[in-house]
Design a protein around this ligand. Structure first.
Ligand SMILES: [Zn+2]
Length: 243
């Protein structure tokens, strides 16, 4: 079954993660597991040129996101316009945990307003206290109902956070969910049935998780064949304006 990976990285994650993957290796992995396209970001706001290089080399295989740090202020907004308008980037990546800000901070408002103007989605890492919990991401989504907010990892490893991700997505229809790193396959079906058939997407968070593991989570979730097509491909395609 053809797939779009709604969340993956290239680059080197040092420290505790001790992981790395480059664009060539990611393409090889995508080919092996029938991943037609990948929504791609780098490791932080200093390495967007890596994503740009991969996008230039592999064209339509990657849907590039610009990684932003709200502490950069005006510079972050300038970088956003440059990457979207000059290089064709299709969305924004934020990680409140990595850069130590709470997801609902007003510091993000200039970036969110620009996202609204540019009509691009904002992908936000979720699942780690105190910065990236589902409730805080929901408060941000509530302030910007015109911006599509993708809650990456849909709460991540903690059952209470996963439940909160679903609850918040049911409350705000501009919240979308991506399931990489989230261990409960049953929650994928629950999201499909109760959040919305068009708001739950497959992802790998490469290089953090292996495609075979993430694919199995969707396949064992108990959803129908038609739902598999939505989760693996249609929903990300629609969100990113591919169809
Ligand atoms: Zn990630």
């Amino acid at each position: 079954m053809k797939k779009i990976d709604a969340h993956a990285h290239i680059g080197s994650f040092g420290g505790w993660a001790n992981l790395r993957i480059n664009a060539d290796e990611l393409i090889e992995q995508m080919d092996k597991y029938e991943i037609e396209k990948t929504v791609l970001c780098s490791t932080d706001e200093k390495t967007n040129t890596d994503t740009l290089g991969a996008f230039k080399k592999y064209g339509g295989r990657f849907i590039p996101l610009v990684y932003l740090n709200p502490y950069d202020g005006e510079h972050a907004v300038e970088m956003l316009y440059e990457y979207v308008r000059e290089h064709g980037f299709a969305g924004i990546k934020l990680n409140p945990l990595k850069q130590a800000y709470v997801a609902d901070t007003v510091m993000l408002d200039p970036i969110m307003s620009a996202a609204e103007e540019l009509e691009i989605p904002v992908f936000i890492h979720s699942g780690h206290p105190p910065y990236s919990l589902p409730w805080s991401i929901a408060l941000l989504a509530e302030r910007f109902p015109g911006v599509k907010v993708v809650m990456i990892h849909m709460g991540h490893g903690h059952g209470v956070y996963i439940d909160a991700a679903l609850k918040m997505a049911r409350r705000y229809d501009n919240i979308y969910l991506e399931m990489s790193g989230m261990p409960m396959s049953s929650k994928i079906k629950e999201a499909y049935d109760t959040v919305g058939a068009d708001r739950i997407m497959f992802g790998t968070d490469a290089p953090f998780h292996h495609p075979t593991v993430e694919i199995q989570k969707v396949l064992t979730s108990g959803v129908s064949e038609h739902a598999l097509e939505d989760i693996f491909y249609n929903n990300a395609a629609r969100l990113m304006g591919i169809v």
